[in-house]
Ligand binder design. Structure first.
Ligand code: 4NP
Length: 183
């Protein structure tokens, strides 16, 4: 949660937000290249974890792409089918990431190095850039993996690998954010 949002939502500087009385939301934006494979899958996986934990009212979740060529499209059919096989229904419509996303989102999650660099170029200032994190830094079962590979030119196993990484990383990200929110 960024400082501006905290100051709006906390009535006393000493008051600690309690789990029973939510006082704030945390917003998370997942970003890949086309916003039709990795990030809409991450968005739905993360939303499923949040919902399962009864935290839907505490999180705003969205996804976007650094490339605008697929704007308005549903996720790639191959990704929709692979995700559906694990119980996720992907209905997001692709959109390009915007500069004002850095005002709206507390955490901006990059899928790979190229996206990470593009996001840093787009960030309006250093403070905004500090909200950019790498998806694979939250993996707990896929230690050593440094990026979520672009599955666009891959076969079915590429999509399954992406989902394996995202399920692992989204669990780790949720636990990490939840701990921060309890502080
Ligand atoms: P994504 O995958 O970044 O995970 O959505 C891609 C989708 C489309 C393209 C590349 C990657 N493309 O070149 O159109």
């Amino acid at each position: 949660m960024n400082a501006e949002k905290n100051s709006q939502n906390t009535s006393s500087p000493n008051r600690k937000p309690s789990l029973e009385t939510p006082t704030e939301e945390h917003s998370v934006l997942f970003v890949c290249l086309g916003n039709i494979c990795r990030s809409p899958a991450a968005e739905e996986i993360f939303r499923t974890i949040v919902t399962r934990n009864g935290d839907s009212d505490r999180f705003e979740i969205d996804s976007a792409g650094t490339y605008s060529g697929h704007a308005g499209d549903l996720p790639d059919r191959r990704m929709r089918m692979a995700a559906f096989g694990r119980g996720y229904r992907l209905t997001h419509r692709a959109r390009p990431v915007r500069r004002d996303d850095f005002e709206r989102f507390d955490t901006i999650v990059s899928m790979d190095d190229s996206i990470y660099e593009s996001l840093h170029r787009l960030a309006p200032d250093r403070r905004a850039a500090e909200r950019i994190v790498r998806m694979t830094d939250y993996c707990r079962h896929h230690a050593g993996v440094r990026y979520v590979p672009d599955p666009y030119y891959e076969g079915p196993s590429g999509f399954e690998l992406v989902l394996d990484l995202l399920e692992d990383a989204c669990e780790g990200l949720y636990d990490s954010l939840r701990k921060d929110m309890e502080r």
